[in-house]
Design a protein around this ligand. Structure first.
Ligand SMILES: O=C(O)CCC(=O)C(=O)O
Length: 276
């Protein structure tokens, strides 16, 4: 591991549900990830998405769960400090890899990344976290924005589709609160100027990263001033985190994992990448 985490960094992560770690990855690893994204762009997986509305300026694309065909990604998660970094911040003794997910926003893309929590998109119960890694320099307005402390609110917000900024399944599009699945709430307007949410973001350079809890609300409010950039998130779980099928499998990534309800994520598709 290249960096030493301090007690204060771990405490910040625990209370804020997110932290920016400076200079976590060497140039070697950033180049490896750039090569991986290049390969990924040439071989998009079936999860590739173009979120840009037709005819809009800029562009916003993403792919996820491409790693079985992208050796650079698996090399990074197994051999860099990314597994240990997340485990230590989350006070865990192991890290299981779940998913890669790159995002590229072109300059002038006025398409936001909607506010959301990651956890409700996955059929997962237990600890889960992401490591967001910019592959270009990102000024604050282009960086991921997070609501500090929101991981402790005890809320589970309805996921949105990034393309249509909409919930997806038709029955949930209605305003009728009675139709919401049990345990879910609709996302409030976090941009309401009359409320004061603790929104944080950073100017970031390649090598830096943000580690965030899968319950932490985050997004990116792009405007016409945005320069965009390329970034990649890696998502991880703890070895005790279990597969918890939901009536609403929001994130149908179509991988044949064969896990039964209540089983921990393990096996070839969910490799353990770090253990104390
Ligand atoms: O980089 C972005 O715009 C979105 C990233 C994100 O939402 C995530 O990694 O969960």
């Amino acid at each position: 591991m290249r960096l030493k985490l301090t007690k204060s960094q771990i405490a910040t992560y625990q209370t804020s549900g997110c932290i920016c770690i400076r200079d976590a990855f060497s140039e070697h690893w950033i180049d490896t990830l750039r090569e991986g994204v290049e390969r990924n762009l040439k071989n998009p997986s079936k999860n590739f998405r173009d979120f840009s509305p037709d005819g809009s300026p800029g562009g916003f694309i993403s792919d996820m769960w491409a790693w079985p065909d992208i050796p650079e990604y698996i090399n990074f998660v197994k051999n860099s400090c990314v597994g240990e970094l997340g485990a230590r911040l989350n006070l865990k003794s192991s890290t299981v890899f779940m998913e890669d997910n790159f995002f590229i926003k072109q300059p002038l893309t006025a398409l936001p990344t909607p506010w959301h929590q990651d956890l409700p998109y996955y059929e997962v119960e237990g600890d889960m976290w992401s490591v967001w890694i910019p592959l270009d320099s990102h000024v604050k307005i282009d960086c991921l924005e997070l609501i500090a402390g929101s991981h402790l609110w005890g809320k589970k917000y309805l996921p949105l589709d990034f393309k249509v900024a909409d919930v997806g399944p038709a029955e949930l599009e209605s305003d009728n609160e009675q139709l919401l699945p049990v345990g879910y709430e609709r996302l409030p307007d976090f941009d309401d100027p009359t409320k004061s949410y603790s929104i944080i973001s950073w100017d970031m350079n390649p090598g830096d990263c943000i580690v965030f809890d899968a319950r932490t609300i985050h997004g990116n409010r792009s405007t016409k001033q945005n320069q965009g950039g390329s970034r990649i998130s890696f998502r991880f779980v703890d070895e005790n985190t279990i597969f918890a099928p939901d009536k609403y499998p929001w994130s149908d990534i179509g991988i044949e994992h064969k896990l039964k309800a209540g089983e921990p994520f393990s096996g070839e598709l969910f490799p353990m990448v770090w253990r104390q």
